[in-house]
Design a binder for this molecule. Structure first.
Ligand code: 5RP
Length: 264
């Protein structure tokens, strides 16, 4: 692997081999998502505790201070909305020159395996990997399920992750699911987990993140379950405790409750 590619990967995956990415890209198809109406304000207290931000160029330029930033994973796919015909019909929205201009550590794009736009999204990934390889920029593939949340099972996610890796993604983002080892074991590149819609309890998040790590995931790209929580700093610090300090879900929950008192 070339020096630039290795160096950029090392910016987002820490020396322990683990990572905590903070996604604030949801507006690119959902509009002003709850608690992300002002992304700059939402993310500011979380910046010290995340390893990288997953964000579009619009929010990066408008809401993130270039002098007090984190490594950036630039969301470069889009073109659809929650009220449009088909979420899967995404294109590449941002050029590789723009990614270089913004000094990003990686770029990210969604693929929609099994959808009417499977081929287009997979060819988008291939094109982005070709461009990324030319300039030493790693690609994170997002295995999107669109509105079909029931697709979050090991068979489907293993298929999507493997295809993403075969096409050259350097990191694959997917969802935790039952039998998650089948997803990780079939994917020859590092896997990170998204959080999905906010859960009833914090403990559920700590449990699945811990289980996913035990089964080989390297970390998370987890947004709503952090910034939609009433105590986002407590939440991200508890997750960091699991990801970078090997804490159990019980220990993470105890830390969450302790920090929450200070955030109240
Ligand atoms: C949105 C994304 C998000 O980055 C991803 O889903 C992670 O966020 P969350 O934990 O809120 O699901 O790709 O399209």
């Amino acid at each position: 692997m070339d020096w630039g590619m290795k160096n950029r990967l090392a910016q987002v995956i820490k020396s322990d081999g683990h990572c905590l990415f903070m996604p604030i890209d949801h507006g690119y198809f959902q509009g002003p998502t709850r608690k992300l109406e002002k992304p700059g304000e939402t993310v500011e207290p979380l910046l010290p505790y995340c390893d990288a931000l997953f964000v579009t160029r619009g929010v990066l330029r408008s809401s993130v201070d270039p002098e007090k930033s984190k490594p950036i994973i630039l969301r470069v796919s889009g073109g659809t909305s929650v009220i449009g015909k088909d979420l899967a019909n995404e294109g590449i929205t941002t050029s590789i020159e723009e990614a270089i201009r913004l000094n990003v550590s990686a770029v990210g794009l969604s693929i929609f395996v099994g959808s009417d736009y499977e081929r287009e999204s997979l060819l988008n990934l291939s094109k982005l990997v070709n461009e990324g390889e030319a300039y030493g920029i790693p690609v994170m593939a997002v295995t999107a399920v669109g509105k079909e949340l029931e697709r979050r099972d090991a068979r489907y996610l293993a298929l999507s992750c493997r295809i993403a890796a075969e096409l050259g993604a350097k990191i694959v983002k997917t969802y935790w699911c039952k039998d998650f080892e089948k997803v990780v074991d079939g994917c020859p590149v590092p896997v990170v987990m998204a959080g999905g819609p906010k859960t009833e309890t914090e403990r559920e998040v700590f449990e699945f993140v811990h289980d996913g790590l035990q089964k080989g995931a390297i970390g998370v790209n987890l947004g709503r379950n952090v910034w939609q929580n009433d105590y986002p700093v407590a939440m991200i610090r508890a997750l960091r405790f699991i990801i970078h300090e090997d804490a159990t879900p019980k220990e993470a929950n105890a830390l969450f409750n302790e920090i929450k008192k200070g955030e109240a």
